[in-house]
Design a binder for this molecule. Sequence first.
Ligand SMILES: Nc1ncnc2c1ncn2[C@@H]1O[C@H](COP(=O)(O)OP(=O)(O)OP(=O)(O)O)[C@@H](O)[C@H]1O
Ligand SMILES: [Mg+2]
Length: 464
Amino acid sequence: MAHILLVEDEDVIRSALRRLLERNGHAVSEAGSVQEACDQHHLDDFDVIISDLRLPGLPGTELIKRTPTPVLIMTSYASLRSAIDSMKIGAVDYIPKPFEHDELLSTLSRIISSGQKSRNQSRMQPRPSEEPVSGMVGSCPEMQELFRRIRKVAQTNSSVLIQGESGTGKELVARALHESSSRRDSNLISVNCAAIPENLIESELFGHEKGAFTGATNTRTGLVEAANNGTLFLDEIGELPLEAQARLLRVLQEHEIRKVGSVQSQKVDVRLVAATHRDLKQFVREGRFREDLFYRINVMPLHIPPLRERGNDILDLADRILSNTCKRLGHEPMRYSADAIQAITTYPWPGNVRELENAVERAVILSETDEIAIDLLGLDVELVRYDSKAAYAAANPARKVPETMAIEGDPTEDLSLQDYFQRFVLEHQEQMNETELAKKLGISRKCLWERRQRFDIPRRKKSN
Ligand SMILES: Nc1ncnc2c1ncn2[C@@H]1O[C@H](COP(=O)(O)OP(=O)(O)OP(=O)(O)O)[C@@H](O)[C@H]1O
Ligand SMILES: [Mg+2]
């Protein structure tokens, strides 16, 4: 049995709910407004508060700030925006009106059995960890854990391997590590290993002596040396050729570099941070990546979750990006329409935060009012649809997918992202080139190429 406070101004609904709850063995107290609830009851004594969102005076979400007791917000689908807002403020759940009795009771028993109250108590204490670099958003448990690790690892000299899908923020994490470390006053040198032509990688990284090869007209300092006393960030380390891997290993083992064409070594003190979207273990098995180097750099692995798995962080990011973009482009502040919010929270964001940034910037430029409508985001409707079930379910594992989200006869039902990707590519590759396909999927060509490899969907050879 739980002790429940019911805050609802409509008598008919309130007494019906009271009967339902009492029939199921709960003790119920009532109030008609937030004010009345606070004046007549001691909010902390209840196990759960069920409150309507719209009430005379203050909205039901006001209760969330006043007590650690979990607050279940009731709202109509018409105000989905408010529902999402209340989740952001910290409501444990929301339930759309009109609701099925079973749905209410099962939500309620989940809240009671999950010990939400003690968790909310800790929510009311100061937030345990702040963003490790300014502007880095992340309140979900996975990101909070990542922030904690960044702060811990930053104090050490251990090599770090950052893994995450494209656009998840690998470079940002590298910067956070540098800026939270005692090396912050020296250089952070970022090198994209995939962007340097293979025959130049060694001289770029380690420098060269005058005359070491044709075209080497002067002695040159390499990037590793430039990072001395600071941090060397090797992005896309999986693309590093085997010879360069051997030399890098030497730097890590002996803290020395030797310029191309030189017989002398010199000492360097760099902290290595590497990133990749590749499965480096698999690369090791295939002989494309040195095992000894892998173990050297994988001392402290950091995994960045894809955006679609970050729950309400998506909306926090969308809000932050929107206000930054408006400022940058000299626009008045703008807001999202309700259907745009729904699309943002349910779209699977294959290109992660970068894709979200691009979508918002495009929308701000195209919008002729102060509202971002769903179509301006340019999201692939098929993906939004796909997602409205699968991603909603992924982001809200405990909740039933609302019926309004189900698309009748939706053939994409129950597809995984991989299945979806595979089907989409196979169905469209005859009519579209790679650039068009990537655009339609909202990802870069590079990312499309990577996914083709990862999911083993080779490009069809065009027969002319
Ligand atoms: N948690 C976050 N909060 C705020 N902005 C973020 C966050 N994560 C990423 N971004 C922004 O998203 C964009 C992409 O991030 P970044 O370049 O670090 O990703 P990446 O993983 O290195 O991408 P790629 O794999 O394509 O190289 C950047 O503009 C970055 O500032
Ligand atoms: Mg990057």
